[in-house]
Ligand binder design. Sequence first.
Ligand code: GLA
Length: 721
Amino acid sequence: MRLITLQTKNTTYQMGVNEMGFLMHLYYGPRAEGDMSFLLDARDRGFSGNPYAAGMDRTFSPDVVPLEYPCYGNGDFRSPASNARDNRGVFGADLRFRDFRMKNGKYSISGLPAVYAGEEEAYTAEITLEDERLSLEVVLRYGVLPEQDVITRSVAVTNRGRDMVFLDKVYSTCIDFPGGEYDLLHFYGRHMMERNMERVPVIHGNQQFGSRRGMSGHQHNPFFILADKDTVEEHGSCYGLGFVYSGNFTFEAERDQHNQTRIQMGLPEEMFDWPLKPDETFYSPEAVMAYTAEGLTALSHIYHDLIREHICRGKYKKAGRPVLLNSWEAAYLDFDGDKLIEIARQAADLGLDMFVLDDGWFGDRDTDNSGLGDWVVNEKKLGGPLKRISDAVNAMGLKFGLWIEPEMVNEDSGLYREHPDWAFVIPGKKPVRCRNQLVLDFSRKEVVDYIFNSIAKVIDGANVEYINMDYNRSICDVFTAVEGCQNYGKIMYEYMLGVYDFLERMNRRWSDMLIEGCSGGGGRFDMGMLYYTPQIWCSDDTDAIERIRIHHGTSFCYPLCMVGSHVSAVPNHQTGRTVDFRTRGIVAMGGSFGYELDPGRLTDEEKAEVREQVRTYKENEHLMLNGDYFRLHTPGKDTEAAAWAFVSKDKNEALISIVSLDSHGNEPTTYIKIKGLRSDRMYHCEETGKTYSGAVLMHAGYPMPVVPGEYKAWQFHLRAQ
Ligand code: GLA
């Protein structure tokens, strides 16, 4: 058997090509040497067919061996990674190995976000498979980042024949595990409660998760973990699989008749029907795989480091983020220029770095029923041009930021009246409205051009140093007014290419601008967006206690410095809950920090706390930007306290945050076990003035202080001595 082996620092990924040209998956796990084909079990299995070329030998069936990139039609009856049909509608492919090559550096995918790396930091493996009948060439591309213990995958499918071929399914990755009994960790949610971690067994049958909303969505995040039953935060075998894409996706986990597990991920098969003309190539988005034997925390650290170093780009890849005040929960749509300037003045007085003007500054936008699409400053409302506001804000020593929602249009707007065909509406069907807005057809270049140019004019007309790019509905009614293909899957993919083109143009034109992604909070929180926006507003739920849970789930894949997180007013506007100002500050410091309230309503005591919070945040931000994050509790399981820690890579410095979740009479002591410290070092704590052993803090824990009342919070800064 011909072997293809990919090695990273701590992991090995091996494939094998048998004499009939089947590309099999042999092994993915701890680093190892040698031939792993002994793992294949050759037996005659009933109802699992054999390739013709095997002759009378009935011991090999694609239905029961681990395959690298399964297709429908070769006798594997599990869920395939790919499926195609000819121009008569006949399904049936049989992908066989043709060749393999390796090269230095990491491949990129034109028009799509992808992990990037220097020539010396990565290598690319390309395996070409082909199907004779359909004249299809399928190139499996692997980007190997040895130091990161990461392997990326993407697929390029080319029609080498003379007739049309229709692609019904082209997943980006598939991993077959011959043995094992696994749990699946997935991250479900809703608007205002994104990315809750749920751990379920992989059962016999096929479990599917994904999005058909045109966005990655609040409901399921495109990141999954497959773990051994006994894997916990600190130890155990686990695999991560994430998608570098912000649109529709599917993840499947299937346990088959012989207890083998297949996981795969890619663009959804549903309504996907890509017409591939002769000589055309289709490129799948990228998936990112990682393995560790060291538990869930170590897996998170792999993804955090990868995203910080090899996905995030631009000035803010390394730079500290401005502490901002956002106008949304301070004023919503109800403001004029003077009110904005007054809010900014208060923000400057509090020592913040930036004032962000959220929704409501453009077109006719006094309610959220109108104005989207008209990216012209409402000078009547603002009392003059935008520059008047940005100049006033800059004069106070603050940066100025602005909110946009480029992909949307209200029917009540000049743009819609002029170009009704630019919105996704199916002729003969009334469109589904959501927040009374429709989605612009970003698969059309002229639409992207127009929106980009009108927004660019606004940005260039004032000193805008930050953009919050929002997206506030799910996509329905997919129809493009351009002649040609109306396939849903194709339009939705090209829509995402249009969004990425828009974002790429923004990055190029204003290379120092901080762009924060947003989608009704964290509805498009994925590695695709993080390639363009080094920060994403994590949730429209700003309640500190709810945020603890949201940050916990988000942290499994995403670095916390990319999580937009603000202190808001109480009673909280989403939940009605009242939580101490200090607690709100400590929770918000679990992400990229800011405020979202009317500073004019703060008491003098709270204002003093703001100044203190900003100072604490700035002193510790380097731990979040460059250090490791540790989850010190599990929501739902640890009901007394929530806790988390940022620890420097050299383990010399740590910031521990603790929030009490309940309150009792004669309360038992809750011990918070710290993680990530050095057991052979003593640590001095700034807040208590005492010195503690790293080993004891990690083994026995720190006794949570008892203060009457709910939701009290503490922060401890530890420094190794
Ligand atoms: C979304 C965002 C909010 C705010 C509003 C404005 O809900 O998540 O932060 O910007 O839109 O309409």
